[in-house]
Design a protein around this ligand. Structure first.
Ligand code: EPU
Length: 430
């Protein structure tokens, strides 16, 4: 059943919310569980549609996947198939991170190539180039990529591309290299905390990895990996989203279970925007409202995350003056701008730069979520818009936020999830 979010703007958000585990750490980590025939137990796995879908793919590959209690997944991949069909891959682009796990464990993979998505073309050329440099035979045919790692040996692999490093590309190379003979040096490696978390898991499984968190990761291949138990890091993007929710309403929100060190560029920008920010080990507090325009440039970690660009844009709609947003990761990731304009925002997009003239009154409207982070941004803007907002295509939100509307409500927001047919017929998309 299709659902919508119904938001009445106005309430000021106050209180404490707990961070869930990171979606983007959990996805490659679930794939990495295929690297051993032993049991891998994961805690802090968020309850999201993308995660449930990844579990479905692991089952398709032959793994036993159980969820004994909320947040804990137990995976045992005794025997596996190396084939992953288009039907599974097309629904979730992140399924590409199976490639490294299958190549590592089975020394071969045959996987459908994921298409683009609404935030950009999202090619996997760097993943394939990396595997080829490692000595894999890589062939693309009829929408499938065939990888044969029989001849793979540790070597220096440069993962750099036009936009800098690649997160899942690095994850794939690290996973493949753990079981590849010799020493693999990955240059221009992604430094994201999610890649570090993957390396932490792999190390527990017996992999020999150093340099994670820097631009050069060194992996010394081992003969086999073993089972382990691991707790996923908190979701820095979710944490940032709740902090914006508090600040945009001029409220006061504390996120517990957060890791301040993972959000430095974002927190610096919040402070620059005039939002009060306090951090302590395991918690971050933000109190608004924002008072100053800022210029945001997204970049690979430790830069400002592209996955918080849309939410920060919503925040800056409140501030008099001109803020700019420059996308250095996904130059066309501004689908939310057009929807925010429907709520009265003054945003001009030119190429990879969006210019916001903030301080204009926002009014509730029926709007359409185009992707995960855009849906969050629309809900955030709706919190301070006059009147009612209906956000359609809510399934985008459920890919990456666990019970978002429930948790915003606990902070005082007037947000409800409703069946799409509860929306006035003349406002609906169908
Ligand atoms: N790129 C290439 N060739 C490649 C791979 C990437 O040109 O082979 C380009 C991309 O088109 C993009 C840039 O390099 O312009 C960075 O892409 P990257 O590979 O780092 O992205 P990803 O690993 O596919 C992950 C997150 C995204 C997040 C990006 C950037 C997961 C599951 N996804 O994607 O998360 O935006 O890193 O930080 O980890 C989200 O959660 O909403 C989301 C989209």
């Amino acid at each position: 059943m299709l659902e919508v979010a119904y938001i009445e703007g106005g309430p000021v958000l106050r209180g404490v919310v707990r961070a869930a585990g990171s979606k983007n750490a959990a996805l490659p980590i679930l794939a990495a569980a295929l690297l051993t025939e032993e049991v891998v137990t994961l805690h802090g796995v968020p309850d999201l549609s993308d995660i449930r879908f990844m579990a479905e793919i692991l089952r398709h590959q032959g793994a036993e996947v159980a969820q004994p209690r909320p947040g804990t997944w137990v995976i045992r991949a005794a025997t596996l198939t190396h084939r992953t069909p288009y039907d599974l891959v097309r629904k979730m682009r992140a399924s590409v991170c199976l490639l490294g796990a299958l190549v590592g464990r089975l020394r071969r993979a045959e996987m459908a190539i994921p298409g683009g998505c609404v935030i950009g073309p999202r090619p996997i050329d760097l993943h394939l180039r990396g595997l080829e440099t490692l000595g894999c035979a890589v062939a693309v045919e009829a929408g499938l990529v065939h990888v044969d790692a029989t001849a793979a040996r540790g070597i220096e692999v440069d993962m750099g591309g036009p936009m800098g490093s690649t997160v899942l590309g690095t994850a794939n190379l690290v996973m493949a290299a753990t079981l590849t003979p010799g020493v693999t040096r990955i240059l221009a490696a992604a430094r994201e905390p999610e890649v570090v978390d993957l390396c932490t898991l792999l190390t527990k499984m017996g992999a020999r990895i150093s340099g994670q968190g820097t631009g050069t990761i060194v992996v010394e291949g081992v003969a086999a990996l073993r089972g382990c138990e691991h707790t996923i890091i908190p979701d820095r993007i979710e944490v940032g989203t709740y902090l914006v929710a508090g600040a945009i309403t001029g409220g006061d929100v504390t996120v517990e279970g957060a890791e301040p060190a993972h959000l430095e560029a974002f927190l610096a920008k919040l402070r620059e925007a005039g939002v009060g920010v306090e951090t302590a080990p395991g918690r971050i507090r933000a109190f608004g409202p924002p008072t100053r325009p800022v210029d945001v440039v997204t970049a690979p970690y430790p830069g400002f995350p592209t996955d918080l660009q849309a939410q920060f844009m919503a925040l800056q709609l409140r501030v008099d003056g001109r803020s700019t947003f420059t996308e250095k990761i996904y130059p066309a990731r501004f689908m939310h701008a057009a929807e925010l304009q429907r709520m009265g925002a003054d945003i001009a997009v030119e190429g990879a730069v969006a210019t916001v003239h903030g301080g204009k009154p926002l009014s509730g409207a029926p709007v359409m979520a185009s992707d995960l982070r855009a849906s969050a941004a629309l809900i955030l803007a709706a919190l301070v818009a006059k009147g009612e907002t209906w956000v359609q295509r809510l399934y985008h939100l459920d890919r990456g936020y666990e019970r978002f509307e429930e948790r915003l409500s606990q902070l005082g927001a007037a947000v409800r999830r409703l069946p799409a047919n509860a929306m006035p017929k003349d406002l609906r998309e169908d």
